[in-house]
Every structure is written in structure tokens, then in C-alpha cells.
Design a protein around this ligand. Sequence first.
Ligand SMILES: Cc1cc2nc3c(=O)[nH]c(=O)nc-3n(C[C@H](O)[C@H](O)[C@H](O)COP(=O)(O)OP(=O)(O)OC[C@H]3O[C@@H](n4cnc5c(N)ncnc54)[C@H](O)[C@@H]3O)c2cc1C
Length: 347
Amino acid sequence: MSNETIVVIGAGVIGLTTALHIQQHLSKNQSLLVIARDLPQHTSIDYASPWAGAHYRPIPGTSAQLKKEANQARRTYEDFKTLAEDPEAGIKFIEGIEHLEAPPADYLDTEAVKIAYGHLDNFRILDKAELPTGVKWGVKYKTYVVNSPVYCAYLLRKIIFNGGKAREYTLKSLEEAFTLEHNVKTVVNCSGMGFGDSKSFVIRGQTCLVKNPCDLTLTRQKSDGSWSFCIPRPLNGGTVIGGTKQINDWDPNPSMETRNKVLDNAAKWFPFPSGSKREFDVVRDIVGRRPARDGGMRVEAEKMDGGRVLVHAYGAGGRGFELSRGVAEDVGVLMFENGVLRESASL
Ligand SMILES: Cc1cc2nc3c(=O)[nH]c(=O)nc-3n(C[C@H](O)[C@H](O)[C@H](O)COP(=O)(O)OP(=O)(O)OC[C@H]3O[C@@H](n4cnc5c(N)ncnc54)[C@H](O)[C@@H]3O)c2cc1C
């Protein structure tokens, strides 16, 4: 059998996690190539992963989509427990707290909360007496925070050490990906936004990275529905304070008004050590575009002519890190079902 190359498009957290996962299930005659316009050493507003906070905050809900995401998030949480044992990964488990001033209905639905939060270590709903003024609903649990640029570089390094290849290249089309090596039958599309998918859209996020350390991640939802959060980055990466979620906003420039607002909120609500109150040591403003998709992420396989297979995994929106391992496993299953991977163990 002649050698076959499996191409993964994208070196964001979805592409890299997927590449690393499927690499563990390749036959001897298969090899792996990651093709990306942006690799972890690059920064670009359209390369979302290095801009992410990133922490894990479950989203309760009983829709099919949210249930599916809860399942992917649960598998990622378990996987990150093992990954966090390697300090080079840039993942750390710490206390997570949520304070909601006006909890949406799903937060008050016991079943929805159980689906999303039930698997978390040390999870509990806070008593009224524990809630700060103005907060109506709160929870506490053990969660993880990720130094996102460090983690992406770590994943790529592992792929290369395992014999995979990575190439910086901007594809004009998905079809082109099948032509980059002499025998490509399978392409995995982890391009964030897809190629011209009319359901894809961006959610602009502006945050502020400060040097000030913080030892937990706290999220506060205000009564107007906006969210504030602090996310310490492991390995002395400072703390990300946020943030905005602006649908279809393409402005690449940070707004000073937003910076002042998120820092004011952080000084009011977040547990920075005394002395650092509102004296934030700003490293930089961050503006990124979350690659979102109407109806949620597209994770599906398409059979092409000539026995070729195209697997899609894009549109993670604001949850790429949280869902990454679950998505990678689901892609592995699709590849197995389509005869691309012959080994099903632990897929
Ligand atoms: C401010 C902010 C905060 C966030 N916080 C969190 C958080 O706390 N938790 C969380 O889970 N998520 C968070 N996110 C969301 C998270 O960053 C995204 O969900 C995730 O990065 C999406 O990963 P991805 O691999 O799908 O896309 P990307 O990281 O955007 O990667 C896409 C890849 O595809 C490549 N590509 C695209 N088009 C082409 C082409 N034509 N040819 C070749 N290569 C191509 C790109 O170069 C890139 O390598 C946050 C995002 C932002 C902006």
C-alpha cells in the first residue's frame, strides 16, 4: 500500500488537538501534515487561539447543541487533568467562581445545571449568605486555566516530536489541500471559520492582559447581560481581564473605553491582592475574533469523489479550548467510521 498523508488544516487549538489525537491512531503507511496560514509563533487577529483567556466555564442548557457541547467539555476536562501534570503544557487547575446578577432561566433549571456542571470536582451552588451584594446566583468548582499561546506551542511541539509535519501555507480552497502531497485522501478542516460557510460569523472579544497575579478565576454577569472575568495564565503569564462579546464586529482596534470599563469592574469585583486595586500593570490590550457558527460547531464528514474524505471541525465560537479534546475524539470516530483510521481503540 502506498504511503498516504492526512492533511489537517489549521493550527489553532482545534486543529492541533485533533492532529495530535489522530496521530496516535495512524497506520504505518499514514503520515500527518498540518497546514496553516498561522502557526503558534504567529499572531493575527483572525487566529483566535492565542488570544483566548482561557478558562472553562460551563454553559447550562437542555438544547441538543448544548448537551453535545457539555459532553465534549466533560471529556476535555478529564483529559486536561492528565495534561496539567506536565508543567510545560501551561494548564493549571484552580478554583472557579461565578456570580450572576440576573441568572437566565437555564441557570435556575436543576436538570440543565446538572448536565453542564455535574461532572466538576468540588462543585457546589453558593448559599445566599456567600453571595456579594447584587448577586442572585453563584457557584464554585474546580476548573482549569490555560496559557493559550504556551499550550498551542506545546501541542505543535508534540506533533512534530511524534513525526508529524507542519507547513505555513494559505489555502485558496479546500480542494487545494488534497493536492499538497502526492497521496492525500483525507483532509480535516479545522480552519476556524470554514471556507465560505455562510453560517460562520465572528464574535469580537476585547480583553486586557495585566501583570497582576490572581489565584482564582471569577466570572461576573451583570444585570444587563454583559460578562466580566479574570483568568490567571499559568507559568507567570499574567491575568487576562475581560471582556466583550461583540457579534459581527470586525473592528481590529482596542477601545480605551472598553479597557477602562473592564479594569474598573476588575478592581470592584475580583480578588487581586490588596495594594494592586486599580493599579493594574497593563501588558497589552487583546482583540481577537472568535470563529462562531449559527447552530454551533460543524463536526461532520463528507464523502468526496475518488474515495476521498473531508472532515469538518470548525466554528467553536467562544469555547474552542473547552471543547477541544471532545471535538478531536469525535473527529477520530468519524475518520474511523469512514475507514480512514483502522484503529478504534480509545477513539
Ligand atoms: C478574547 C477571547 C477570549 C476567549 N476565551 C476563551 C476561553 O476562556 N475558553 C475557551 O474555550 N475559548 C475561548 N476563546 C475562544 C477560542 O479562542 C476559540 O474558540 C478557539 O481559538 C477556536 O480555535 P480554532 O482552532 O477553531 O480556530 P483558530 O484558533 O482561529 O485557528 C484557525 C486555524 O486555521 C488556519 N486557517 C484559516 N484559514 C486558512 C486557510 N485558508 N489556509 C490555511 N490555514 C487557514 C489559521 O491560520 C489557524 O491556524 C476566546 C477567544 C477570544 C478571542
